[in-house]
Write a new protein. Sequence first.
Length: 639
Amino acid sequence: MRERRFDHLVIGSGAAGLASAARLSRLCAGSVALVTENINAGTSRNAGSDKQTYYKLTLASADPDSVGQMARDLFAGGAVDGDLALCEAALSARGFYYLTELGVPFPETEHGESMGYKTDHDRLKRATSAGPYTSKLMTEALEKAVRAADVTILDGCQCIRLLTADGRLYGALCLNGSEFEILWCRDAVLAVGGEAGMFRDSVYPASQNGGIGMALAAGAAGQNLTEWQFGMASIKPRWNVSGTYMQALPRFYSTDREGGGERDFLREAFADAGAMLTSVFLKGYQWPFDVNKCFGGSSFIDLLVYRETVLRGRRVFLDYTREPTQGPLPFDALSEEAYAYLSGARALVPTPFERLRAMNAPAAAFYAAHGVDLSKEPLEIRCSAQHNNGGLRVDADWQTTVYGLYAVGECCGSHGVTRPGGAALNAGQAGAIRAADAVRRSERADIPAPTQTQIAALRKDAAAYAALCDNARGGRTVAEVFRDAKARMSAVGGMVRNAEAIRQAYTETEKTLRDLSAAVTVPLGQRGDFYRLLDVLQAQRAYLYAMLDYAGHGCGSRGSALRTDPAGRSPVSAAGDVLTEEVFRCCPDGHAHDGEAQETRLTDGGVVCTWRPVRPIPETDYVFENQWRRFREQSADGV
């Protein structure tokens, strides 16, 4: 087995990973390697929305803000560590301006102000956007910076196992093409994104896989794994139907599996046309499903789509060619907010497509570029997984519970129950700054090298893991097991959850993981798929157990997860229409557990969950001389 050594590894090539590699190369003396399965794959490079949002401190003169206020708003999302919220707020301007200097075209006023708008879960105008492909533009600019730096890029290299001993990271086992390879290192930044491969119903790009499973298997603790974002998304292509796609007020309808039996199910569910239209409009900037908005709010729409697709087995479409009401659209029935928005955008025009084109022509052009002409054909949608608000537990340096292993981007569990739209892009850049600064400081520390005994044990562990695919001798294909695992997770771990169904899925997942080598055969060309499946199963095991523990902790429905409770309330529309299905009855948790974070660990004996108080927002002594002295004492340069 080939072996190489680098001082610092970055695993993943999205916006967070590329930023980490660029900063490590600039700040640190040692060698840096970027490990990626495909530098053009992943969520950052291939995802977006009608106007993809980047969340930061307000930077326009008319919008007052402060670091402390932004930190408090992030902290208010629930189950958030205050030191992480403060770091993300404090570093948001620094990370944002770094991107603008690299050439990301965030818009400015004629006086150089970075104006903003309100996004979901946002009280102020902190959001900005460079268009539908904001994160793609970020990765392109950051990749240029990395290629101009002294970074070794290992493209086509799949990290499959983290090599640890006594709670410390020493290297990674990779599948480089068809060969296994050990990369030894002092430290590594994990930037593999969310565990996208877990769900069948997903808006993640198909090229996004994840890698949290291998971190959990290496001893890193997960945090708030139950907390996700779900929302309506098109199937082909995979894309959020947020923002203008909803504000254009499209028609929703469903069909049977063969495309017959067309029904305007929204119109059937709402007795009041004005309430229906306003709820659809609000989905634009309230796109993520939110259980608190199921009672007189816009998330009633998500449940209607879920009922059609999951409970009734039908297909749901958005139609931009016809009005959602019988006859002309009654604009005067809209709420004052919705009417003012459409009027201001000069979109009080017939047909949803003309409204979409009037407000956001690039949003319509996106689908045309992907083979869907919204002026002529419908768009099939589902409620899909979009983002994991939980992830790996980190400290204020973004270091995980495994010494020397850092986590940035979506695989980091810095978000809580809810987060403002676009906060994930800022969190990845802030985490890259914190991790690089921490690695630079650690270079001065006298860190012991692994002993010969540890190296021998790690080589043996790597060899045994590499042999798993060759020892598989079952009758099923990897693709078949993968398909079943994804379907199982979407069925029980999505936006509507039932404890007993989750318990059964957990048992099935454990059995699949235990019997995997005896169940499948792995041709040489499918080794990578086999290890991706292993990663997903390891992650599913932890996530499903966390969901069971969550229910046992006495938590109710919160965020993007409705937990079925026969003693709960039935969702109701803004007009008073009630969803009577038992599966939708729930008890919203409110803010009862906002001050706690759930931690999940894989152990030899199984899965263990614990709960702890969140770390508060630090109280800082703002006497300049005191902070300056502290900065000089802790500076890596010793100045």
